[in-house]
Design a protein around this ligand. Structure first.
Ligand code: PLP
Length: 381
């Protein structure tokens, strides 16, 4: 049975055009970008080209791009790398950040920083009053994601960033999920740093970037050979960086077309879901066009994911990295969703290769699974 993939917020398939550009760098073009010979020069030029492509998709200058091993490292670099040059103060992050923002912020709290979690409302949007309340106290660092990985809800980062700037806080946004799905413009967001990841945009796993305002006093977390203007030591992952660059170019070229197509498919899905009695999270807020996060009362999300998988459909249950534990989604709890309903959450995230037929097939499979599970529950009672 061919499985249909509806978990693109967890990761995306490599675009064949990306693979093609990467292949020589996995093989004969083996040069280290720091080497002085011809092989090194070819690698250096390829990394420079990728730097231009990544900068272009967010309207930044190439020199602002610091390549990392992915979104996790870029978020760690911002939080740890900024804190390294500061006295402990307040760090404010939204209560729905990815763990790779929350965990380094918690580490700062263990080192004498004050960690403040910004509230979200029931639609999954950051509470701007709480942002103001946080900024009323001297805040050194603030991080609010551009789009949430579970709900797909888009945050008003530009407004938060403007307020942060006025209050003298250094503002960062994790734009990993937003990239390739909605426009991401560094300067329009009023941030000084922004995180990107390649494998969410049909690029390879293991490449990402922190795009920074070069005036920041950012310190390296990984030190060594002084690569990336001294901000990230380590031999550049040339094939992955090259792939990331091309993936950005492809994403920028099809942003509008893809967004319109996927939001049409999502609409089709959600009409079906609503008809079956699903609760859809965050659907009153602006959302990424590809994401639908829903639950059925009385049905465990993990069970649904497993049963749907048996029927040939791959969906996610909350954040991919926390779907191994049984705790309800922190994002949904922060939105005030009852834990019982939150335990039912299933994340459906569309990608470029999905079709209306696949969505219809999914809805049929879901209907069958729900019927089976409800019959089993009725028998058990
Ligand atoms: N930030 C968000 C919002 C994400 O969804 C993810 C991946 O799930 C990451 C960061 C981590 O990125 P990476 O997998 O490149 O480390």
């Amino acid at each position: 049975m061919m499985h249909v993939y509806f978990d693109h917020n967890a990761s995306t398939p490599l675009d064949p055009r990306v693979l093609e550009v990467m292949l020589p760098f996995l093989h004969e073009q083996c040069g280290n970008a720091s080497s002085r010979h011809e092989f090194g020069t070819v690698a250096r030029k390829a990394v420079d080209r990728a730097r231009e492509q990544v900068a272009a998709i967010v309207g930044a200058q190439p020199a602002q791009v610091v390549f990392t091993s992915g979104g996790t490292e870029a978020n760690n670099l911002f939080i740890r790398g900024m804190a390294a040059g500061m006295k402990p103060g307040q760090v404010a992050v939204s209560s729905i950040e990815h763990p790779c923002v929350t965990a380094p912020a918690q580490d700062l709290a263990r080192q004498g920083w004050k960690l403040r979690k910004l509230k979200v409302n029931c639609d999954g949007r950051i509470d701007l009053n709480d942002v103001d309340a946080a900024l009323a106290e001297k805040t050194a660092l603030m991080s609010v994601m551009l789009a949430n990985n579970e709900t797909g809800v888009i945050q008003d980062v530009a407004t938060v960033g403007e307020r942060a700037k006025r209050a003298g806080a250094v503002m960062h946004t994790d734009a990993v999920q937003a990239l390739g799905k909605i426009p991401v413009e560094f300067s329009a967001l009023n941030v000084q740093a922004l995180t990107l990841s390649a494998h969410k945009i049909y690029g390879p796993k293991g490449a990402g970037a922190l795009v920074v305002d070069k005036r920041l006093d950012l310190r390296a977390v990984l030190t060594g050979g002084g690569q990336e203007r001294g901000l990230r030591g380590g031999t550049e992952n040339v094939p992955a960086i090259v792939g990331f660059g091309v993936a950005c170019e492809i994403a920028a070229g099809r942003l509008k077309e893809l967004g319109a197509r996927l939001s049409g498919l999502r609409e089709r899905l959600e009409q079906g879901l609503t008809g079956m009695g699903a609760v859809i999270f965050g659907n009153n807020a602006p959302r990424l066009p590809n994401t639908s996060y829903f639950a059925f009362r009385g049905i465990h999300g993990e069970t649904l994911v497993i049963e749907l998988d048996k029927s040939g459909y791959a969906v996610g249950s909350g954040a991919a990295c926390s779907s191994t534990d049984n705790a309800p989604s922190g994002t949904l709890l922060a939105m005030g969703v009852e834990p019982e309903l939150a335990r039912g959450a299933v994340r459906f995230s569309l990608g470029a290769d999905n079709s209306a037929e696949q969505v219809d097939g999914f809805l049929r499979a879901l209907s069958g699974v729900l019927q089976r599970l409800r019959t089993m529950q009725a028998v058990a009672v």
